[in-house]
Design a protein around this ligand. Structure first.
Ligand code: C5P
Length: 219
């Protein structure tokens, strides 16, 4: 059986990982999953369904979950992001979404050459044996400014300081939580996007991937 390419990315919020993952997916024809969207989807359910929110409901929703559901614009708000980082601390919830992510990573649709996932525990838990791993980060003020501009372009009412505060809070929770905390694994390549344009960052990552392909014959 042909070996599939598996690329794993972890990053703190708004570091540019999603943008880069999409560009890499397109270039190498890989199936892309933004795993943060799954936690946002559950966070959104909690906001909608406060009274009936329980593990059974989450299990049912995840069973029926389609990639298209993760494209819902509602998932992009700051409120949903905050709720996502709260529910993401729950070990049982992480267990429920584990298989969905594994399936995307290890059994992507046949038309793709492999998969690329980004999140907080992809290099350390979901795709431990990925062909190549990246830890993408950037200065917190730069990340807040990028996210602020993104939310403004979606007409969200929010100030830069609110975004900065919320990203700092999420960073703290994501790095320090007991279950699957965000960390840079030893075998991950560090990419700091603070002073890089989208294009120059993509070219840097592409160079690393191409070098690895040349060395191994494939990834
Ligand atoms: O990546 P994004 O900002 O959309 O993720 C929202 C939240 O989901 C994160 O702050 C984090 O708490 C959680 N998350 C996670 N594990 C992942 C992806 C996201 O805990 N693999």
């Amino acid at each position: 059986m042909k070996e599939i390419i598996k690329i794993a990315i972890d990053s703190p919020a708004a570091a540019g990982a999603g943008t880069q993952a999409k560009l890499i997916a397109k270039h190498y024809n890989l199936f892309y999953l933004d795993t943060g969207k799954i936690y946002r989807f559950i966070g959104c359910e909690k906001i909608k369904n406060k009274k009936n929110f329980n593990y059974e409901l989450i299990r049912k929703k995840i069973k029926k979950l389609k990639i298209k559901d993760l494209e819902n614009k509602k998932l992009l708000s700051n409120k949903v992001a905050t709720e996502a980082s709260i529910i993401a601390k729950d070990k049982k919830i992480r267990k429920i979404v584990h298989n969905f992510q594994k399936k995307c990573a290890y059994k992507p649709p046949k038309k793709f050459n492999g998969s690329i996932l980004d999140g907080r525990d992809i290099t350390s838990v979901i795709m431990k044996d990925a062909s190549i791993k990246f830890f993408i980060t950037a200065n917190v003020r730069i990340r807040a400014l990028r996210r602020f501009k993104e939310l403004k372009s979606l007409n969200k009412k929010i100030t830069y300081n609110e975004v900065l505060k919320s990203i700092k809070k999420r960073d703290k929770s994501d790095y320090q939580r007991a279950n699957s905390p965000l960390k840079k694994t030893k075998d991950s390549i560090l990419i700091n996007t603070s002073n890089l344009t989208k294009r120059s960052c993509f070219l840097k990552i592409k160079q690393i991937i191409d070098k690895k392909i040349k060395l191994n014959g494939n990834l």
